[in-house]
Design a protein around this ligand. Sequence first.
Ligand code: ZN
Length: 346
Amino acid sequence: MAKALVLEKKGQLSLRDIPVRRDLSPADVLIGIRTVGVCGSDVHYYTHGKIGPFVVNEPMILGHEAAGVVLEVGSEVRHMKKGDRVCMEPGIPDLSSRSSKLGIYNVDPSVRFWATPPVHGCLTPEVVHPAAFTYRLPDHVSFAEGAMVEPFAIGVQAALRAGIKPGDVGVVMGAGPIGMMTALAALAGGCSKVYVADLAQPKLDVIGAYEGIETINVRQQAASEALAEATGGWGADVVFECSGAAPAILALPGLARPGGTVVLVGMPVDPVPFDIVGMQAKELRIETVFRYANVYDRAIELIASGKVDLKPLISATIPFDESIAAFDRAVEARPTDVKIQIEMPA
Ligand code: ZN
């Protein structure tokens, strides 16, 4: 038995003992979890009991943004050893699927993703995971930063999808954790400047503190207007939609320059109107992002090299024993909170 943060059902969490699996397949590693980030999706399962078609019908361990230490390796694991500090990709695809063979394992229909029902997450002291989806962290990268690799990977995926060219001007709609990390990935990917637009000034203050980021408070000025002023009426080369909010989505064509690119990252809860003619009139290229594939190495390198510093986005670190309180704080959605992390006892 081991302690785990279990979502019993919508609105009910408990920290209780569960039976643990410690049988290592030859290609697996056993990991001692050290830090886990609280994600909007974990919180949404807690408050709503479902996300789209994924419904919590039985108790499920939450958590999927994690870093830890390798405790044991399977008999066929060569690239990893006991004591390695690591972070993990939470999605485990079927490696023989057509999607996986194409390299787009993130859209493998049979992918099993931590804390997406009915798959358990990692808010428990030990997990078994395929070594192929476990990545070593350099010594100077903390577990806290390691647990940020998962959400940052989405930003890196978005930057890659955008096909950024050196000097491009970017704009990010939505200053949630993913919007912020997308903005930082876009800067690291070659943007000369990235505008981040949101309603919440405290969040804009956090991301606006980075060099290369300009903020737009859409309560004060429409993003399209602010961007037109800043770009002489031309618009942004790359527009990242990270809010999932209908008004932002409808406004996308007004943000991009003719021939620019729109990357859809945020996920609206319901279908939303989309300005197709606005897109056509500028011949915009539309890209979509679902999680990530083959970007963890890049994400870790960007952090390890110091090119991207995610530490200012960590708002609170809460001990595992108080993880229910951590989730309740996340539900509160304090305007100054970006990422809340839970720390396991060493
Ligand atoms: Zn997440």
